[in-house]
Every structure is written in structure tokens, then in C-alpha cells.
Design a protein around this ligand. Structure first.
Ligand SMILES: [Fe+2]
Ligand SMILES: [Fe+2]
Length: 411
């Protein structure tokens, strides 16, 4: 049979779980044409699915949420524990909010029923290629098993205080979330999911809070699955003292640059969010490889190289790639993922026009230049990249505008 021929590329192994025989039937029929690329197994319950997983290795699990016995949230938590590098997708109809909140930790992406074959195909393909990009299995595990990216404890406490106050304000909650990398990433994962039916572009964490409502945010914070704060010794102090300020500033620099270029509102929003999230990979790596990351920081300092260079040397991957990878796996828009992934090596990006990446690339460099902190070595502007885009002459305008932003903030 052709499927067994040795030169045929390895098929993805996907397990579908749903207690409704009709749904399983429908999926079988709809995905019949995928048999050449996927090996599919269909299970009628969480228990049955776990049985299959014990027997053989799968790449992806796509599960219903509401099922008798073990529900989707429980099943995916179990899968996350036992097989951390599997891609975990929910395919569900209406679910109650409590179940959704419980599932947000272990779920990478949500699809809602009814879902067409192309959407399932595209979601699986994107998630698998992202996971495969990290060739090292340990890295795959660490990114795929992240439930949340830890927040700055002071911001976490401020968020709790605001939510527990007699009349919490959406604006204040949005403001706290916009100051934190981990909370922003998680909230964007949620609003980009099909669960909440928000099929429109979300411009900022505050707007996301507005859509989701304060009750949902409260449930998210209290569930301990979605948001978390890091413990004192968990992250190197050298990293935490600078990262939050740098990220928030990079977000507003990136937004300013897009406005100067007359870019659309969507490009500008994506640039702002990507600027805020661009260094999220540093947190992922530092939390998972605490000791090696100390060495990375040290190497960057003693050899006067950028963190990205030191990370490549010691970990074989950069924080930019890891961060972009996590955000992609969580289903954030491509433009954000691309800007985060390539923010140090703009050359790797195939785009030849002004994109959020251009803004984030420059925002990161200008932020280090205008507000130098710590000893992270300066990165030089890649003039080839900007020449290709015909934007070299704009650098001074961008620099001046960002400098003004800082001066205004100081007043
Ligand atoms: Fe960076
Ligand atoms: Fe940065």
C-alpha cells in the first residue's frame, strides 16, 4: 500500500474525542479526504482516548468539552501531564463558562462546532509545524506544557485588589493587564478563541476585558490556571528588573512608529501588542531552564553579546523563536507571532513591506538606545532590512518621536 512506502512523509497522528456518535460520524465523513496525510483515531470518551494514548504516540488531540464522566477539561489536563508535547485542541459547542475557564490552562486552541474541514486542517497544520520548529524535544515539552506565563507579583496583586474592590473598573483592570506580558498573552489567547464568539479584531487588553466582562476575568484569575505569579527565586532578578518596563515601552514605541508610517489601525494594534509581548520567550526560557538561563545572562554580559546570541549558543534557540512559537500555539494572529519571532533577525522574515515586525524590530532597538538599563548589549540597526523596505531615511523621525514619548512621560 502506498501509505507504507518508505519515502512517504510521516503521517500526523490525530485522536478525536466526542461522546456523541453522530459527531464522530460527521467528523469521519468530513475528514475522509485527509487519510493520506493523517492517521485518525476516534474515541467516544476520555477514558477510551487515554487508553489509545497509552498504546501509541499521537501528535494532536481534538476533544469535545462536555462529556459524561471525564470532561474535556479533565482529559486535556491529564494529557498535558502525561504527554506534554501533544497539541491540544478543543472542538466544542456551547459550553458553560466554568468549564471553559477550567480548560484554558491545558488547551492550546479552541474551535467551535460546527467546524469545517479546512479550519481543522489549517489549525492542525499550523500548530504541528510550530511544535516541530522546536526540534529539541525538551523545548517542545516546555513550550507546549506552559499553562500560563508568570506575571509580575506586584501587578498580580494589583489586579486582585481591583477585582475584589466594591466597584471594579474595566479601565483599571485593562491597564494592569496591559502592563503585564503574561496576562496580556493569556487574555489574547482567550479572545482569539472561538469560545467567546468574538469574531473581530481586538485592539488592546482593555478592549478584551470589555468583551469578556469582569466576571470572566475574575474567574480566570481565581482559577489559578490562566494567570499566575512567579515565585521570588523563580526568575533571575537581573531579568525581572528590566523586562516589564522594556516591554511596555516597546509596545508604545511600536505603536508610535506605525502611526508615523500611516499604517492601518489593525497594523498599529498588532504592533503595540507584539511590542508588549516581544520578549515573552525570555520568561518561558528562564522559568523552564533556570540554571542555564543564569549562564545565558552571564555569557551575554561577559562576552558583550546580545541575549539572543548567548541563548543560541547555550540553548540552541532564541527567546524570540520560543516566544513566537508559544503565541502561535496559543492561536494569536500571525502578524503578532511573526513580529515576535523575527524581532532580532528581521532578515528571516519573508515580508518585504512595512509590517508590525518593522515597528517592533525598531522599537526594541530604540528602547534600549533611548532608555538604557542594565548591561544588555546594544543591537545595531540592520540597514539592509530597512533599505529593502525603502525606510532607512525614516529612522531619525522614529527615534525623535519615541524620544518625545519618553520626555512626555517624564513630565
Ligand atoms: Fe528580544
Ligand atoms: Fe527586547
Amino acid at each position: 500500500m502506498i501509505e507504507d512506502a518508505p519515502d512517504v512523509k510521516v503521517k500526523r497522528k490525530i485522536i478525536f474525542v466526542d461522546d456523541e456518535p453522530n459527531v464522530i460520524q460527521g467528523l469521519r465523513r468530513m475528514l475522509h479526504g485527509m487519510r493520506g496525510e493523517w492517521e485518525m483515531v476516534f474515541a467516544g470518551s476520555g477514558k477510551e482516548a487515554l487508553g489509545h494514548l497509552e498504546q501509541e504516540k499521537f501528535d494532536v488531540i481534538i476533544s469535545d468539552m462536555r462529556m459524561p464522566g471525564m470532561d474535556g477539561a479533565q482529559l486535556l489536563s491529564e494529557v498535558r501531564e502525561r504527554y506534554p508535547n501533544m497539541v491540544r485542541i478543543v472542538l466544542s459547542g456551547q459550553s458553560d463558562e466554568e468549564t471553559v475557564i477550567r480548560s484554558i490552562g491545558p488547551t492550546h486552541q479552541y474551535l467551535s462546532k460546527p467546524c469545517d474541514a479546512n479550519t481543522i486542517k489549517a489549525t492542525v497544520a499550523r500548530a504541528c509545524s510550530l511544535r516541530d520548529f522546536l526540534r529539541d524535544e525538551k523545548l517542545q515539552h516546555c513550550v507546549a506544557s506552559m499553562k500560563s506565563v508568570p506575571s509580575l507579583p506586584s501587578l498580580y496583586v494589583r489586579l486582585l485588589e481591583e477585582l475584589r474592590s466594591p466597584s471594579p473598573s474595566i479601565a483599571k483592570v485593562g491597564e494592569v493587564i496591559s502592563s503585564d506580558v503574561g496576562m496580556t498573552a493569556k487574555i489574547l489567547q482567550l479572545v482569539n478563541s472561538a469560545f467567546f464568539g468574538i469574531n473581530r479584531h481586538v485592539s488592546s487588553p482593555t478592549q478584551a476585558v470589555n468583551f469578556l466582562g469582569l466576571e470572566t476575568i475574575k474567574a480566570l484569575v481565581l482559577s489559578a490556571q490562566a494567570f499566575s505569579q512567579f515565585e521570588k527565586e523563580e526568575l533571575p532578578a537581573h531579568l525581572t528588573s528590566n523586562l516589564w518596563n522594556h516591554s511596555v515601552a516597546a509596545g508604545s514605541y511600536a505603536k508610535t512608529i506605525t502611526r508615523l508610517e500611516g499604517a492601518s489601525g489593525e497594523i498599529s494594534d498588532h504592533a503595540f501588542l507584539a511590542g508588549l509581548l516581544h520578549d515573552i520567550g525570555k520568561l518561558v526560557l528562564a522559568v523552564n531552564f533556570r540554571d542555564t538561563y543564569d549562564e545565558v545572562l552571564q555569557l551575554a554580559e561577559t562576552e558583550r553579546v546580545s541575549l539572543a546570541v548567548a541563548e543560541s549558543k547555550l540553548l540552541g534557540v532564541t527567546h524570540a523563536e520560543v516566544g513566537g512559537n508559544l503565541l502561535g500555539l496559543w492561536g494569536l494572529p500571525n502578524a503578532i507571532m511573526e513580529a515576535v519571532t523575527f524581532h532580532h533577525y528581521s532578515d528571516g522574515c519573508p515580508e518585504e513591506s512595512f509590517t508590525p515586525l518593522t515597528a517592533v524590530y525598531m522599537a526594541n532597538i530604540l528602547q534600549h538606545e533611548i532608555e538604557p538599563r542594565g548591561s544588555e548589549s546594544e543591537q545595531h540597526i540592520d540597514l539592509d532590512y530597512l533599505d529593502r523596505l525603502g525606510l532607512t531615511s525614516r529612522i531619525d523621525t522614529w527615534r525623535d518621536a519615541c524620544r518625545n514619548l519618553v520626555n512626555k512621560g517624564d513630565q
